[in-house]
Design a protein around this ligand. Structure first.
Ligand SMILES: N[C@@H](CCC(=O)N[C@@H](CS)C(=O)NCC(=O)O)C(=O)O
Length: 210
């Protein structure tokens, strides 16, 4: 594989895949795409498990490596491209945000979306995840508190990771309108050069690097 060729393995329904596709777009990196059909169990096939040992999407192949876990992929891209990694003194705070996103934001947002849009579980199940999502969104709004970006004076992978989760709110019928710091922050991210909304960033089928 050529050193600067990138292949993203993912699913167009997956927010963690969008997170990586968004980062690649913002870094102006062209990538080949391989669709992994979760409904058909392709993520558990021996071929795919050789790429992502966790049997999940996304994965990113680059420079002879198969990278997995979306936030680890963002950290790798920030380091190798020199973009969105923040100042050296900010790196640990950025890592805190990535861990918070996986721990607090992702579970509530993704499951509220999944259970609202695709599967209709018993009400207590959906209510539990909805409450988790609402609390995380309130916390994010409070953390932003008039700031432009989550860490420092410019956009970083902390913003990209959290944004990819927050923008599922509509599908989960979660209302952002009263959370003014979040809506203003989303607009700032959407104005960055190379930004692509989910539907545009995520191919529905395999494609080679453009
Ligand atoms: N922590 C992982 C989560 C990835 C994840 O949850 N992927 C889902 C699709 S959105 C998946 O592959 N689900 C199939 C499975 O877990 O069996 C990451 O950030 O990459």
């Amino acid at each position: 594989m050529a050193q600067d060729s990138y292949t993203l393995y993912g699913s167009f329904l997956s927010a963690p895949t969008y997170k990586v596709a968004l980062m690649l777009g913002l870094c102006d990196i062209k990538f080949a795409y391989r669709h992994i059909d979760l409904a058909k169990g392709q993520h558990r096939s021996p071929e795919y498990l050789a790429i992502n040992r966790y049997g999940q999407v996304p994965a990113l192949a680059h420079d002879g490596r198969n990278l997995c876990q979306s936030d680890a992929i963002l950290s790798y891209l920030a380091e190798t491209t020199g973009k969105f990694g923040g100042a050296p003194a900010e790196r640990w705070t950025i890592q805190e945000w990535l861990h918070w996103e996986v721990d607090r934001l992702y579970p509530g947002m993704s499951r509220t979306r999944f259970y609202t849009k695709f599967l209709k579980p018993e009400p207590p199940v959906l209510d539990t995840y909805r409450k988790m999502a609402e609390t995380a969104l309130d916390d994010l709004n409070r953390f932003l508190g008039g700031k432009q970006w989550l860490v420092g004076s410019g956009p970083t992978i902390a913003d990209i990771a959290c944004y990819a989760m927050v923008q599922q709110a509509h599908d989960g019928q979660l209302d952002l309108s009263a959370r003014r710091d979040i809506t203003a922050w989303c607009k700032r991210i959407e104005a960055l050069p190379g930004y692509m909304p989910w539907a545009q960033a995520m191919p529905k089928m395999d494609r080679d690097a453009a």
